[in-house]
Design a protein around this ligand. Structure first.
Ligand code: SF4
Ligand code: SF4
Length: 82
């Protein structure tokens, strides 16, 4: 059964490390140099990046194991927040 609501992944170093495998290599992250702004990873937990004028290119969240584990539904957490 598919849960009706998404959970929020806990903000742990382990989860940040999982996020880095996807976010930091994604075209949107690179195009906007998101490593230079806070939060720099785990946007689905910590909210959108503070980088101004972000351009959306592609999002790799759908491949992330936290996306499945926490029943996330959206994408572009770095630009849209959660
Ligand atoms: S939330 Fe999506 S678009 Fe943003 S950095 Fe992560 S994978 Fe890329
Ligand atoms: S769902 Fe996206 S923002 Fe959240 S940990 Fe995975 S890659 Fe990062």
């Amino acid at each position: 059964m598919i849960p009706a609501t998404a959970d929020v992944p806990p903000d742990t170093e382990e989860n940040r490390e999982i996020c880095r495998k996807y976010c930091t290599i994604c075209p949107t992250y690179k195009a906007n140099h998101l490593e230079q702004h806070e939060p720099d990873v785990l946007f689905c937990t910590r909210g959108r990046s503070s980088c101004p004028d972000k351009k959306e290119v592609r999002c790799f969240c759908l491949g992330c194991e936290l996306f499945l584990k926490y029943h996330l539904r959206l994408a572009y957490y770095c630009t849209k927040g959660r």
